[in-house]
Design a protein around this ligand. Sequence first.
Ligand code: PHE
Length: 358
Amino acid sequence: MELPDLDKLQADLLQTIENAPDLDALEAARVAALGRKGQLTQSMKSLGGLAPDDRKQAGQALNQAKERITQAIEARRTVLDAAALEEKLLTEAIDVTLPAAPRPDGRIHPVSQTMDECIAIFGEMGFTVAEGPDIEDDFHNFTALNIAEEHPARQMMDTFYLPERADGSRMVLRTHTSPVQIRTMKSQEPPIRIIAPGRTYRCDYDATHTPMFHQIEALVVDEVTHLGHLKGCIIDFLRAFFDIPDLPVRFRPSHFPFTEPSMEVDIGCSRKGAELHIGAGDDWLEIMGSGMVHPKVLEHGGIDPARYQGFAFGLGIDRIAMLKYGIPDLRTFFEADLRWLKHYGFVPLAVPSMTSGL
Ligand code: PHE
């Protein structure tokens, strides 16, 4: 068999390799040259038919050609690999704005869940969320709310005081969310319709009290809102929250320095031994404080009580979470025990609404 013109063959193969547009074409070129039926392989096979001297010479030449071709393939492969990677990076860009894949192990704490549920329900009623600081001054936590210096409420609330400041005053950890009433009145013009969820602090610790707990405050101020609106709003909220359309709700005369008149709100329940059942029965459970905003409080908020009026109420978020979800001890809320959270926590789901419940 005749050997092909090796120089020409090598030049042709090198050209094909160097021009290979992609890795597939390069592989095809490699097979065409060095594969079992490749041109160089076939030439090797035909060496046997040559005279010994010719065979030696041609063999060396073929081996050199093989070497060069192999190197050329490797060099081209490096270039094409880099190009392929570049192309991939360009076309397969990571979209960091896509939502992360859900991590099913996490749970939503009952306090967060309950807070979200309250915000959703009040949101549908047209309330917006307002906030205030956890560390309050005496004016916003007490004085502006008509709780005078010597008022027993200051002791009753088991206030945490911060160290005395240069001017002799002491900041407090807010004992309720009511100071947000004052801050909102000072920063917004009526009509006002806000809820203020957040942390509150009192020095107390047992199965139903922890030094830090959560409240949600509601405040409505305009020219026309009256006690009937207060009652309707609270009844609608409680029935939506507990998802009991005919939940009995009772308003009982009470006293708060910052509302006049003031009422405590009870919901119907039954108690059998240690078992508490909400929504039916002949017993009552106190659930929140409420009333018409006291004229002095409106004044402290910079609002004319001759023109404006409204209502306010406040309730414990942890407490209604315990009642709704049957959690017996408040202290467990804040022990950060993952087993507890797995049991009582929530997977992210839709929050209830006034029309659809949970
Ligand atoms: N701030 C009161 C409390 O912590 C609750 C309340 C709020 C009562 C608003 C009336 C009006 O007990």
